[in-house]
Design a protein around this ligand. Structure first.
Ligand code: PRX
Length: 637
């Protein structure tokens, strides 16, 4: 093993040689002719001319050596189910699923929206899409009809795959009725909907000619074999929508070859899982962590992946650690919020299980605070707890440790140094000049070309890709929209977003989307949404609403009714994940003289901080009134 410094340097100084070597970690049906085509910056095409397939690499490739090894273990603490699939069984399921999709007319390049709970059928669907060269787009189950409809209209899918319901904390969460509603809202609804009936809810009627029963169609395709469709490396594998500054989510488009190589390399150098071992990523397939490290990463690497439906504390806080013990999990991945949830329970729940096989626990998605890091490190004495920083856009870590190359000391509160492949810099937020002095705040940017695995464009909108990510500064660099500092050792500390994105329990939400939903309520004149610090979830959503009828401000009962309605509106429109933790009715919102909402001022007041320089404010009284109203209301949101 060499030093990480050498490894990193080589990835930047000789990117073509470096990535050509990594590309050997996967199978190519046809070799690539060029490692990198960066002739049209900031676009980058990796492994040009090479033909490969994600499903082949994740499933078929392992049949020769590990057909009888478990590939997928599904455990639901909600329905008390456990199912296990060997690589041979996974291969059969994925082939059958691919035959079903094909029978429904899905072909190479078609989009398939997947709106499903955490069940194996969701994994089969993704892999079957990959097999056919169809482009999957998973919409997180916590999103409601409107959010789903917006994504449908952008992706224009040939098919939507769903289930009757999911379950959370013992309660049934219906999916099919939300799909029905979304399809009436959408301008470009798919002609067909494939419904996996788990038998959790009854009474969601099938629409003849549109809805297809999964079990019935599945029986018709039992034992089917569907050949792999080889794709040119740059052909899209999937779209995953994510929030930014505007109210319109962006479809992060991923390629095929670059993504396969980036993930295979990350499994070896970063996550260090060995083929044959088990990896447990406790996330959701609706998020990028689920795509990369529940589905593709572990399977590309010949590991057993664990798919878990449920909470970390039901039936008790030992449930994950029992799985870790039973399956001899060696690598685990989750969010800091999940650990903070566990931290409220007795550490004995963890300690009563044998977790000695667990080498690493990776945490990402939001800042990892030092007390949480220290608590979980203590509860898992044989496990190293490692922070890593990345985004939906990059698909794999930008900053973090690389223990597969060299183990290095960690600092609490820092994900560490730049990951191989990423030329990371800090730029002054105003002047755009590079921040080189240690411990100075700057915007974290990446110099193009982005390494393999990162987004190749915004679906259907190359111009938006360029204008969103590469035009913040005079130099054409990729903007992460995060503030950070770097210390003398080159270790970075993430300070939070530069834009109006809120991070609730590792879930990225756009303030504009939530504001637009709230504006849809007939009693609302104006609204500002901000993220407010929360001990458990990192941030929670708080909405400040000016009612159309000022009289509603007067009576406590009237206020309470409207506040509740605003919360329900968000829940119904966008989904439970975006529901505000608090709504406060106010007479005015603070604005600049040019009429821009001063979200940052509101946020500072809501967090009990100094507001800083507000020379541009039109009416300082508005902020003071908010401060007084918050005070009157007492602590908590
Ligand atoms: O603000 C950063 C925060 O989450 C954002 C990306 O969220 P998402 O697109 O959902 O991707 C999550 C992939 C893990 C980032 O812009 N973030 C992510 N990881 C960290 C983090 N903030 C601090 N520390 C991290 N390790």
């Amino acid at each position: 093993m060499g030093s990480y410094e050498d490894f990193y340097r080589r990835s930047l100084d000789q990117p073509e040689a470096f990535w050509a070597e990594q590309a050997r970690l996967i199978d190519w049906e046809h070799p690539f002719e060029q490692v990198l085509d960066a002739s049209r910056p900031p676009f980058a095409r990796w492994f040009v001319g090479g033909r490969t397939n994600l499903c082949h690499n994740a499933v078929d490739r392992h049949l020769a050596t590990r057909a009888h090894q478990p590939a997928l273990v599904f455990e639901s603490s909600e329905t008390d189910e456990r199912r296990q699939y060997t690589y041979a069984q996974l291969h059969a399921e994925v082939n059958r699923m691919a035959a079903m999709l094909r029978a429904l007319g899905v072909a190479r390049g078609d989009r398939v929206i997947v709106y499903m709970p955490m069940v194996p059928e969701a994994v089969f669907t993704l892999l079957a899409c990959a097999r056919l060269g169809a482009i999957h787009s998973v919409v997180f189950g916590g999103f409601a009809a409107h959010s789903l409809a917006v994504r449908i209209d952008d992706a224009r899918p040939a098919l939507l795959v769903t289930a009757d319901a999911g379950m959370r904390a013992g309660k049934v969460v219906p999916y099919k009725p939300l799909v029905d509603e979304a399809l009436t809202l959408a301008r470009h609804p798919p002609a067909q909907v494939l419904v996996f009936d788990r038998g959790l809810v009854s009474g969601s009627p099938f629409i003849p000619g549109r809805d297809v029963d999964f079990a019935t169609l599945g029986r018709e395709h039992e034992g089917a074999q569907v050949p792999v469709t080889w794709l040119e490396s740059s052909e899209p594998s999937y779209i995953l929508y994510t929030s930014g500054t505007t109210g319109r989510p962006k479809g992060v488009q991923r390629d095929t070859g670059g993504y396969a190589v980036a993930l295979a390399a990350s499994m070896r150098h970063i996550y260090t899982g060995q083929p044959g071992e088990a990896m447990f990523t406790a996330s959701d397939i609706g998020w990028v962590v689920g795509h990369s490290y529940i589905v593709y990463g572990p399977l590309l690497n010949g590991m057993t992946t664990v798919l878990y439906e449920g909470l970390p504390i039901r039936p008790d806080a030992g449930v994950w650690w029992r799985l870790v013990e039973q399956l001899r999990v060696s690598v685990m991945f989750t969010s800091p919020t999940a650990i903070r949830v566990l931290k409220k329970q007795d550490a004995a729940f963890l300690k009563r299980h044998d977790t000695s096989h667990l080498r690493y626990l990776f945490l990402a998605g939001e800042p990892l605070d030092a007390p949480t890091h220290a608590w979980i490190s203590d509860a898992l004495p044989s496990t190293q707890v490692l922070d890593n920083y990345w985004q939906t856009e990059t698909g794999w870590p930008i900053l973090g440790p690389c223990p597969g190359v060299q183990a290095r000391p960690r600092k609490l509160g820092s994900p560490g140094t730049a990951m191989y492949g990423y030329r990371v810099k800090l730029l002054d937020g105003l002047s755009g000049a590079e921040v080189t002095a240690p411990n100075q705040k700057g915007v974290l940017v990446i110099e193009p070309p982005l390494p393999p695995g990162c987004l190749s464009t915004v679906w259907g909108d190359d111009a938006r890709f360029v204008s969103t990510y590469f035009t913040s500064f005079e130099q054409p660099v990729y903007n992460t929209f995060d503030w950070a500092t770097r210390d003398e050792d080159g270790d970075y500390f993430i300070l939070g977003r530069t834009d109006d994105v809120i991070n609730v329990a590792g879930h990225r939400l756009g303030t504009r989307e939530i504001e637009e939903a709230i504006s849809g309520h007939p009693g609302v004149a104006e609204v500002a949404v901000v993220g407010v610090k929360d001990e458990l979830k990192g941030q929670v959503v708080m909405a400040f609403v000016v009612p159309k009828d000022p009289a509603r401000l007067q009576r406590e009962e009237d206020r309470a009714v409207l506040e509740r309605e605003v919360m329900d509106t968000v829940g119904r429109t966008l989904g439970a994940v975006a529901r505000p933790a608090g709504v406060l009715l106010v007479a005015h919102l603070p604005k600049t003289r040019s009429g821009k909402l001063l979200r940052r001022g509101i946020q500072a007041v809501a967090e009990g901080r100094e507001t800083g320089d507000l020379t541009t404010i039109e009416d300082p009284g508005a902020l003071e009134a908010i401060q007084a109203a918050l005070k009157a209301r007492g602590p908590g949101v």
